[in-house]
Ligand binder design. Structure first.
Ligand SMILES: Nc1ncnc2c1ncn2[C@@H]1O[C@H](COP(=O)(O)OP(=O)(O)OP(=O)(O)O)[C@@H](O)[C@H]1O
Length: 236
């Protein structure tokens, strides 16, 4: 299987006259788990927001499953910015109902399973959730949609190491084999075992897009490869 799912061509993005992403070109195939790596401020979140159709006013083209319009792309992409817009008094069960109404691809059974796996109670209100619990809820909501592309933006940063390990080890079970998942993360080692590919953003563009097996074939860990690329010339 080698069909391209995500195509980014000549993407340029500025915010307040400052160039954030420059000449980004990227083709990602179906069925991949991809790490999106880069230092703080490299542009990972920005790229995720553009691909998912949240950030607009970029130059270039972005297509998911051949769909370029933002509104169409949103039907193809599930992204972890789920809880923005809900008041702190909203219960998890209410968020589930909202998702069910808004997204025809939302799978209630999968959400229930994921919510239980994450040890979250549907009666809990957002204000009662710790940072890690909120992230678990975001992961559960994001993975309960049945879409070809999942974008997880630093999904594990507040989750304790034991739970993180459990979630990473199970992530393949919750994803259709044909679907692609792009995960931005600073904990490269922890996700390295599940990765098919690695994208590294540096100097506002894609400095490397490489198969994880090609890195392993060099006798390097993904973290070593990433560090060597950042050491080379240093970061801004
Ligand atoms: N609202 C904003 N207004 C202006 N510039 C912004 C805004 N948000 C982000 N930026 C800039 O865009 C650049 C990319 O930020 P982005 O959040 O995409 O980086 P990141 O790789 O996700 O970083 P991190 O690892 O810290 O989450 C940074 O230089 C940042 O200063």
């Amino acid at each position: 299987m080698n069909n391209s799912l995500l195509e980014v061509q000549d993407l340029n993005y500025k915010k307040n006259l400052q160039t954030i992403l420059q000449d980004v070109n990227l083709t990602v195939n179906s069925g991949k788990i991809v790490a999106l790596l880069g230092e703080n401020g490299a542009g990972k979140t920005t790229l995720i927001r553009i691909i998912s159709g949240i950030a607009k006013n970029y130059k270039g083209t972005v297509a998911v499953n051949g769909m370029q319009k933002e509104v169409e792309r949103k039907s193809q992409v599930s992204v972890t910015d789920a809880l923005k817009g809900f008041s702190d008094s909203t219960k998890i069960d209410e968020i589930e109902s909202f998702y069910e109404k808004i997204y025809s691809d939302f799978d209630n059974d999968q959400f229930k399973e994921l919510r239980e796996f994450m040890k979250l109670n549907g009666e809990m209100k957002l204000r009662q959730l710790s940072k890690g619990m909120r992230e678990k809820l975001e992961i559960a909501l994001t993975l309960s949609r049945k879409v070809p592309l999942y974008l997880l933006d630093e999904p594990f940063s507040g989750i304790d190491p034991m739970a993180r390990k459990r979630i990473i080890n199970s992530i393949l079970l919750w994803k259709d084999p044909e679907a692609t998942m792009i995960i931005s993360d600073h904990f490269v080692n922890e996700i390295s075992t599940i990765l098919d590919e690695v994208i590294i953003i540096k100097d506002k563009t894609i400095a490397s897009y490489i198969a994880a097996d090609d890195i392993r074939a060099k006798g390097q860990s993904i973290e070593e490869y990433y560090e060597s690329l950042y050491e080379d010339g240093g970061a801004e």
